[in-house]
Design a binder for this molecule. Sequence first.
Ligand SMILES: [Zn+2]
Length: 91
Amino acid sequence: MHTHRLAPALACPVCRTRLDAALDAVHPPAAPAPGDVTICAHCATVLELVAGPALERMTPAALAALPVRFRAEVLARAAVAAWLGPYARAA
Ligand SMILES: [Zn+2]
C-alpha cells in the first residue's frame, strides 16, 4: 500500500471529517484522480473522488457498476473501516 497526502484535505460529504490521506491498496502507486474510490476512515462511507477535487458519496448504482472483484474489495474494506471506526475515533 502507498499513502498519498491529499492537499488540501477533503471533507467527507457524510460526516464532514477532513481526510488528508488516501491509501492506494489495489493499484500501483499513482496520484489520486477523479473516479478513484476511497472509504472514509471515520464513518466508513464509500466515496468517489471527483473534479475540484472533492469527495462524493458513491451511489449504489455506481458501486454496482464496479468490476465485481474490485467491488468486493471495496465493500470488504468498508466493513473493516466500520468495524474499526469506534476504535479509530477513540484514539
Ligand atoms: Zn465520513
